[in-house]
Design a protein around this ligand. Structure first.
Ligand code: NG1
Ligand code: ZN
Length: 555
């Protein structure tokens, strides 16, 4: 049985700071690192309880992603490799906010009862722990580890410094009885990459000049940079240079670098400049679960210089195009079919492909997916957990947030079907299977994302400019507004309309009506104490004006 006395004793070593209301948001708990020890210990306890309840391994990662280096955070990983089931988030909040070890013990007893968690000789749980490169990581990981160990019958396993997606991948692998090691992760990704290289449609086609050039990757001075260098050793035919690796003189974590910076500022990260004009560049975030590409064109006599961002929407469009092409050649080797919302595959039935976006997706990307590719697009609330859930409803579900977090999900039955059809001898079957191995289906992963982008560009013989030209982003503007109570604004599930206060939506509609091709919505942030305003229009100045006008109604 459980040693409650020992548990209280362990918990007492991590007192909760007073006056803070912890909330497990879209990205777990995230805060100044000095305030996190109690929350991380308790998250360790919760990860252990979740492991016992699911009779499988779970995970816990210490990271604050793209936030400043002085912040840190903790996210839990469910047995399948995805994020903690939303149903358990209230447990996380109740535990984090328990005033002392006695209150915490009561909360834990209640969870054990509610979730019918059994203890006994046969109960043996496991929690994989990892952290990013933040200075506070080691101490916090130790706190998490003690939290796990405080639960009878559960063992913490310290996996060391990893990217968030690596830990997700390992939890998933372990529960499938595969080796949950970093070596296995790299070999898995690189083998699938090689398979896809070999299955290239026409190897004699020369890639356009830019496509053959190497990539320069901004590593955000974080954990992903180190891991990219390790992955590179296994990839003979993919050249990349990693900058902002966190080496002396390169600058600090997320400090003017990283995918969040590049996406929000539409500007060069540190250690990139005009001398990189026309080069294919990519940027990952501080825990390597986000990816964006970019390139710069210098001014000429006839045109000004441009900084071109290829965000999550454009990555999603590129992946969707590839998937659609492979499915088409599965059905028909020659004929181009315009619409494949569902594709009838003999012996399987309708293969449902869907792309999942949020309201922040650029309108031009949605139009491209629907009209050019003929694909089904659905909208969910902001937050990867919502997109992931929706994407899992398809045989192949592609999801991305505009900020660069996303992946491709394959339904297991569909993959099983493809495996039985190997003898059809169609390369597209092998390609789809290889993509399902290379892409990290547990969660968005910048490393597997880079491999996928590079494979698709290679297949198409495209430069980054060719890719960028598939559609032109509509000019957009984002603003944030501080209000007294952001929870006073409530929206529909897709977040495109305000339901309360209803006058606000009427005012937004009126403003939008003034601008040709305008679109605008507001929603309370899930991670910051602000309301976000988004506006799109046909020119940058009208998008800015629309955002300002809408912001005025939010105050
Ligand atoms: P909020 O603060 O709820 O808008 C932000 C991002 C999300 C997601 C989360 C988690 C925007 C507009 N929102 O959420 O996409 O990444 O943070 O980190 O970028
Ligand atoms: Zn991240």
């Amino acid at each position: 049985e459980w040693d409650w006395e020992g548990f209280r004793h362990a918990a007492a070593a991590f007192p909760k700071p007073s006056g803070i209301d912890f909330s497990y948001g879209t990205a777990g708990f995230r805060l100044d690192a000095s305030l996190l020890a109690s929350t991380v210990f308790r998250a360790g306890v919760l990860a252990a309880l979740r492991s016992l309840s699911m009779k499988s391994a779970t995970g816990l990662v210490i990271t604050a992603s793209h936030n400043p280096a002085s912040d840190n955070g903790v996210k839990l990983v469910d047995p399948g490799g995805g994020m903690l089931a939303m149903r358990w988030e209230p447990h996380a909040n109740a535990m984090a906010n328990a005033s002392d070890e006695h209150a915490l013990t009561e909360v834990v007893r209640k969870i054990i009862k509610e979730e019918s968690i059994a203890f006994g000789d046969e109960s043996c749980g496991k929690v994989l722990l990892a952290r990013d490169t933040r200075p506070s990581g080691q101490i916090l990981l130790a706190a998490a580890s003690q939290g796990v160990a405080a639960v009878a019958g559960v063992a913490p396993v310290d996996m060391g410094i990893l990217t968030t997606p690596q830990l997700h991948w390992m939890v998933c692998a372990l529960n499938k009885d595969q080796p949950a090691t970093e070596v296995n992760y790299y070999s898995h990704l690189s083998q699938a990459f090689r398979t896809l290289e070999q299955l290239r449609p026409d190897k004699s086609v020369r890639r356009s000049s830019l496509a053959s050039e190497s990539i320069i990757i901004d590593g955000a001075n974080g954990v992903g940079a180190l891991k990219l260098l390790q992955l590179q050793e296994l990839l003979e035919n993919l050249q990349f240079e990693v900058r902002n690796c966190g080496r002396a003189g390169e600058g600090g974590l997320n400090d003017g670098v990283g995918a969040d910076f590049v996406q929000k500022e539409k500007a060069f990260p540190r250690n990139f400049d005009k001398s990189d004009a026309l080069k294919k560049c990519a940027s990952i975030d501080g825990d390597a679960d986000r990816l964006v590409y970019f390139y710069f064109i210098s001014s000429t006599i006839s045109s000004p210089s441009t900084f071109n961002l290829l965000d999550g929407d454009k990555i999603s469009a590129l992946f969707a195009r590839f998937i659609r092409n492979q499915l088409q050649s599965l059905v028909e080797d020659v004929e181009e079919k315009p619409i494949i919302t569902t594709t009838l595959v003999a012996g399987y039935g309708d293969v449902r492909v869907g792309v999942v976006q949020t309201a922040y997706a650029n309108g031009a990307s949605t139009k491209y997916l629907q009209q050019e590719l003929g694909l089904e697009v659905s909208l969910t609330s902001t937050g990867v957990k919502y997109l992931h859930e929706k994407a899992s409803e398809y045989d192949i579900g592609i999801y991305f947030e505009a900020n660069g977090h996303g992946t491709i999900l394959f339904r297991e039955e569909f993959l099983a079907f493809l495996r039985t059809k190997h003898m059809w001898g169609k390369p597209s079957i092998h390609r789809l299977l290889a993509v399902s191995e290379m892409i990290n289906q547990a969660v968005g992963d910048a490393l597997s994302g880079i491999l996928m982008v590079e494979i698709v560009l290679m297949y198409l013989g495209w430069s980054i400019q060719d890719w960028n030209d598939i559609y032109a982003d509509l000019p957009s503007k984002q603003l944030k507004v501080k209000v007294a109570n952001r929870a006073a604004i409530r929206t529909t599930a897709s977040e495109t309309k305000v339901v309360y206060p209803s006058e606000l939506q009427k005012a937004i509609d009126t403003e939008v009506g003034k601008y040709d091709g305008g679109r605008s919505f507001v929603r309370p942030s899930g991670t910051e104490d602000i309301v976000r305003i988004y506006a799109e229009a046909t020119t940058q100045s009208t998008a800015d004006a629309l955002a300002q006008a809408v912001a005025f109604h939010v105050y």
